[in-house]
Structures are given as C-alpha cells and as structure tokens.
Ligand binder design. Sequence first.
Ligand code: TXA
Ligand code: MG
Length: 343
Amino acid sequence: TMYWKINEHLQKSEHAMKEAAMLLNKQEVVAFPTETVYGLGANALSEEAVSKIFEAKGRPSDNPLIVHVADESEIENYVTEIPTVAKKLIRAFMPGPLTVILHSNGKIARNVTAGLDTVGVRIPDHPVALELLRTANLPLAAPSANVSGKPSPTKAEHVRHDLDGKVAGILDGGTTGVGLESTVIDCTAKIPIVLRPGGITIEQLQQVVGDVMVDPALIQAKDQPKAPGMKYNHYEPDAPLWLIQGDIDFFKEQINLVKEQGKKVGVMASKELVQLVEADLIKPCGSREDLKEVAVHLYDTLRAFKKADVDVILCEAFPTTGVGQAIMNRLEKAASRKIVQDS
Ligand code: TXA
Ligand code: MG
C-alpha cells in the first residue's frame, strides 16, 4: 500500500496526486479524505475497479456505492434527468455532505449501483478529494474506507488499521471535518425521502425544498430500511456498546449494575456527563451543547475502546435535534439496537 501525507492546502502535493490518480486510472483503489469521512475510491465506470472496493472492505455486493464527482456539470452525464428538487438541493448544498439519489442512465458500472436503476451522487467539499477527482478525471465510486461493519474512518490511521495491504494507496489529508457521512436523499419520488441522516440536517433540507419525508425505518426500528446499506450491522466498536436513555442517576445505576457483574465498564459521553461518573475507561466525545463537535469525535472515540480494556461501553444518548439525528442513528447501529431505557 502506497502512503502519501499531504496537507489541506495541497502544498507539494502534485507528485502524490499524480501517483494516486494514475493508480485509479489503472483500475486500482485509493483511499482519500472527504469533508465527512475517508472514502475508498475506484473508477466508477469500471466494474473491475469497483469489484476491488467490495473485496477490500468485505462489503456485501447488494449494498450500492455513492459516486463522487468534482463539479455539478458532471452529474447529468450519469443520470436520466435532474428533477427540480434535486437541482435546488445540488445548488444549495454541493459541494457538501449531501448525496442525491437519481435515475441512472446506465453509464456507471453495474456493481456500483448493486443492480438498482438509481445512482447516488455527491460532490465532496474537501480540497484533497476535489483535486484527486480532477487529476484522475474520473467519477469515483467511494464507500467509507473502513472494513465493513466497523466505524467509519475520520483519520488516515483508521484507514491504515483497517485496510493496510488491501488497497493500492492511502492519501492522508488529516482529520475529516464533519465526522459523519453525507445525508442520503432519494429524489426520484415527487417528495424527496431522506434514507440516511447525515451532515446536512433535515431542518436545512426543509428550508430549501419545503416538504421532505424521512424513511420510516429510520424512526421505527422494525421496518426494512430503503437504503440497502442501512440494514447491515454497522459502526460496531470492538467491545459491545449499550446506549443509555435516561438521566444521570440512571446512567450511574447502569454503571454499577455492570460493575457488580465483575465487568470492566467503559463510558463514552459528553464532557458534561463524564465529570459526574467513575468507570474503568472514560472517553469524552464533545459537549452536549455542541452536537457538531460530538459528530467530529464520534467514530474516533468508538474506535478507542478495545475489548482488551473494557467488557462493555455505556454510551450517552444525545438529543435528536440538528446533526443529533445522525449521531443517534449511528449510535443505535453501533449498539445493534441495544438501548437501555429508564422507565
Ligand atoms: O459521506 C459519505 O457519504 C461517505 C464519503 C466517503 O463520501 N461515503 C459513504 O458511503 O458513506 P457508504 O457506501 O459507506 O454509504 C452509502 C450509503 C449506503 O447506505 C447505501 O445503501 C446508500 O448510500 N446508497 C447508495 N446508493 C444508493 C441508491 N442508489 N439507492 C439507495 N441507497 C443508496
Ligand atoms: Mg459506510
């Protein structure tokens, strides 16, 4: 695996960019930073290249990938039409953490869309990602650059941990900004449907297009999610995670219950909560007053708990306002829906 360290200002990055772009044009896979999480990119026009993504990640082949392009004008090359709602969303939020699902015109490789007649497209808002897209001069299919089932990578070291030796190259551009993946919104129906909450909040979407629906599976756990990827185990840390819904006394009770069983307790919570509890390993992930900060640190904190150190991770439940909806969506998955509620 080739490894290039470059900075956000792209100083002295030319050589690394050229090498990475060349590998992509030889149908190899290269990991790169975006504003959300690191992506594992391959030529979206080549089935051979894309198959290497699925192989490296151990990703189920029925889970479609997002296509990344550098400019708005490229989107029309891969879809049958861009409905007005999608145009509005693209204008308002791209480049940025939003993926629009549109009808594919069949030019994107079949395994990118996992056989669906739709394709997800986004323009990443990161200088390294944009420069790589331009230099390679290809649309890049790119899922998060983690082994399937693990928390998404927000640092190049996470990518290295998961994929070293399994990919052709890793572009290290530092820590990603948003920390959570893009919001996925299906624009093929009259009223757009959010399939995955993410970096762009429902409130932001509503401001631009008014009516927005939310995939019922995101609210009611028993429904089968519409985004194929949402049904698999995801974001799972090394040790089992329990999501604790209740006040501070309830949280302390849960810690004690686990301790009484002779188990080692990890706590992942806001800096406000961690001050009030004792446990074997405590990791703050930001402030309750600033959910964007929690988003930035979420996956890195999840990855910091190892089963050698703790038997269970007790995690604070966050408010579902703004980016909190995406945070809780990821934590519910990280917990495999093990949610402990105060009654
Ligand atoms: O922020 C992001 O979106 C990151 C960075 C690397 O761009 N990428 C990412 O990709 O999170 P991935 O593969 O981990 O998640 C893609 C999600 C999955 O839930 C997948 O099922 C859904 O998007 N998706 C992709 N194409 C779709 C389609 N045509 N219809 C419905 N859902 C789709
Ligand atoms: Mg992923």
